[in-house]
Unconditional design. Sequence first.
Length: 386
Amino acid sequence: MSTRWRLIRDDGCGAADGLATDEALMHEHRRGAEAALEATLRLYAYRSHCALVGRFQSLDDEIDLEVARALDIQVGRRPTGGGAIIMGDGQLGVAVVTRAPAATAPRQLLERYASGVIAGLARVGIDASFRGKNDLQVDGRKIAGLGLHVDENGALLFHASVLADLDVALMLGVLRIPGAKVSDKGIARVEERVTTVSRLLGRPVDARELRDDIAAGFIAALGVELELGECSADELARRDELMRERYANDEWTLQRTRLRDARGTAVLKTPEGLVRVYVATHGNAIKSMLVAGDFNAIPPRLTALEGALRWSAARRERIEELTLATLRADDLRVPPAAVAEAIWEATNRALERAGGAHPVRPDGSCYFPEPATVSAAEPISIQEAV
């Protein structure tokens, strides 16, 4: 007998109501609450466009607010961790809301719900797989970002942003991505790291067209039965309250984190020319790392290293460990140890600009804790980022 889930479809969400709706849906899945359904699957698209930052980010570190205002782009802050993303009718938002099962590791939960997205993409002929900490990739290029949040009451929210399409030039203009705008090759560099359903199918695809296939993917992968529904009156009332108190409130959206972002660069000489390393740190974590050079194509293992270093501890030994485990000497035609040293040099410069080290959290970041089980004592937040 299959499990019954509710399916909600939304289009044209604003930044505040889109975020508030997901949190409102979590309410009936708290411990002690009587949930009418096992879970809710929400498939939705934001208005074009919204820029959303993670819970622990400073808005002006992530988004060029002047550009956002000029382009009528709404901004919002998620309740979950992770990086800044652009959402619109080219990106399908996927949310699963349920009660967190006991004694299940966050990684297992992330992979379980990601299987529905993978099965949905397979229906349109796209072979995606789970890679790194929280990405779905196709041939080494990211096609979806994933996130997971378990609140203090045991309610679970799984998030995915699936790239049906992506305006890379717009994204680079609005988001502050270290190293991405250093030359006229910025768009090409991004396109070597991400892909879209439109690009893979060779025709325009938007979030609405992809939605039915993703719904069918959840049915196939998780063995559930979907029943089309809508938010209840109580859920809509909670959504409106959350908008007033949080998501449409500047006190929430504009807050600044105690830990500031900082950026550093370093240059590495290779037989193919100079390569520049860009690192952004947040506290004592590497928020992002990007390597730019006059490449004909980005070496796949270099892209993998960029992902592996994201939200890792900003320590020399950790950088060296991940670099030596990922790169080969022929990737940049220099020893991986030399690449690791350049990454550390850029990282150390960022840490110095941030005013010194901060206490290191477990696994280097509060965005991706990996406890053995889902804890009922404290919320869990795994990052989501395009």
